[in-house]
Design a protein around this ligand. Structure first.
Ligand code: PLP
Length: 450
């Protein structure tokens, strides 16, 4: 597309004068004015286009402007743009049916929300009501959303300025073999010790006080931490032993990111509640929800569920959700993600890890990977400190700038770069993006050597 500098200036001016942005000191940011997007690419008004290796906020699973999703929204807008949640609606009901169909055995019902945070909020509410117990255990190195309980559940610095919004939350360490909190020498040891730590936490906090344990099936923003074999089944066993509801947060990893409808399917575990958002309709219209096991759903057969939202199951949001199922099935998206992950991404990242001294570890699954950057492979000192900002974060900023200059929009967080492109990216673009990251890593190598 040709540059339109007048539009660029206008968009920038309105944004700077009137839009109050998330997670930011307003005077210290410079948001990129985006003119449009298609598939795995978006472009600005100045004539630059970017391959989107972050799928926006890891929500754009079917890419920008997918014709099937756009058409579904247009059709629904023509039919019935909105209807309140106490009424039955065909589009809402059909999406709930489709979600239940791919959920684990014994899950039939869906409570729709506006996004991921309120999905977690309502899952915790259900767990508390069903068990009569208030406390919730959540992991350090997690993100669960920005409403009051969800931000308290969050195990990263975004919680700090917001606590204590919900006093009944306790954090524990999950498995992370590369930076083991348990001095483990192997994945087996990490699983065993992480489970022992969780059980001790349950005992010391009092099983009689704990209603739920919430965890991301694969930890997303905080590191693409794939659970080692046996860990999630071990969490399930502890929940059964102590009468605790297991909530799987699949807001980021559900709907195809790791090549499964729900990521729990890859880890031989069945939770009690599954929360989702993002990939359910690629975020074209805000939508999230809780998939509810029959045991929990039946509790509310004759007892009122004390929760609701004006836009629960909004038809304009559910319509592209139905289209998402059609596209996934027609185009073999899950198989494609598994294939590209195993055949293209993993071998290429392994090759980069051989070549670049700044790579400490690579890990991931499907189209969801992390490259963890270090100053020193022996000590594993991170390339930038935990929660670094400003000058302390300069090496990561320089790496990201090198990617953008070469036409790739990266996802960086602390000392990591994540590889999370739209699931519809062409193999050619995927390889091109990995080439750009490979080249930009020389910037990280230099910073590590400095
Ligand atoms: N849970 C996880 C794992 C997430 O990654 C996110 C968002 O990034 C959320 C919850 C919150 O979702 P939302 O921003 O839609 O409220």
């Amino acid at each position: 597309t040709s540059p339109d500098l007048a539009a660029d200036a206008q968009v920038r001016a309105n944004d700077r004068a009137h839009v109050f942005h998330s997670w930011s000191a307003q005077a210290l940011i410079d948001p990129l004015p985006v003119a449009g997007g298609e598939g795995a690419t978006f472009w600005d008004y100045a004539g630059n286009s970017y391959l989107d290796f972050s799928s926006q906020l890891v929500n754009l699973n079917l890419g920008h402007q997918h014709p099937d999703l756009v058409e579904a929204i247009q059709r629904q807008a023509g039919d019935l743009a909105t209807i309140q949640p106490a009424m039955a609606n065909g589009t809402r009901g059909e999406l709930a049916r489709l979600i239940a169909e791919v959920a684990p055995e014994g899950f039939s019902k869906v409570f729709f929300t506006n996004g991921g945070a309120d999905a977690n909020e309502n899952a915790v509410r259900m767990a508390r009501l069903v068990t009569g117990k208030r406390k919730v255990l959540a992991m350090y190195r997690s993100y669960h959303g920005n409403t009051s309980t969800a931000i308290t559940l969050t195990g990263d610095p975004r919680r700090w300025a917001n606590e204590p919004a919900d006093a009944s939350v306790v954090h524990f360490f999950g498995p992370y073999a590369y930076r083991s909190a348990f001095h483990s020498a192997s994945e087996e040891e990490e699983t065993a010790r992480a489970l022992e730590h969780l059980e001790q936490t349950i005992i010391l906090e009092g099983a009689s006080t704990i209603g739920a344990i919430i965890l991301e099936t694969v930890v997303g923003t905080n590191g693409v931490l794939v659970p080692p074999p046996g860990y999630l089944p071990g969490v399930r066993a502890l929940c059964d032993k102590y009468g605790i509801v297991y909530i799987a947060d699949e807001v980021m990893v559900g709907f195809g990111r790791i090549g499964e409808w729900f990521a729990v399917d890859a880890f031989d575990v069945t939770p009690d509640l599954i929360t989702f958002a993002k990939g359910v309709n690629s975020g074209y219209v805000p939508l999230g929800g809780v998939v509810i096991s029959d045991a929990i759903a039946s509790h509310f057969d004759t007892v009122t569920f004390p929760g609701g939202l004006t836009y629960s199951g909004h038809p304009l949001a559910c319509a592209p959700g139905i289209a998402t199922f059609e596209v996934f099935r027609r185009d073999g998206i899950l198989e494609r993600v598994r294939d590209l992950g195993e055949r293209v991404v993993e071998p290429r990242l392994r090759e980069m890890a051989e070549k670049h001294p700044s790579i400490g570890e690579i890990r991931g699954r499907g189209l969801f990977w992390a490259i963890e950057l270090v100053r020193d492979r022996e000590t594993r000192e991170p390339l930038v400190p935990f929660n670094a900002a400003g000058p302390a974060a300069a090496p990561m900023a320089a790496f990201a700038a090198a990617c953008k200059k070469a036409g790739l929009w990266p996802f960086t967080h602390f000392n990591r770069v994540h590889v999370a492109p739209p699931l519809v990216i062409s193999e050619e673009d995927l390889v091109r993006g990995l080439d750009i990251i490979d080249a930009a890593l020389s910037v990280a190598d230099e910073a590590a050597a400095a």
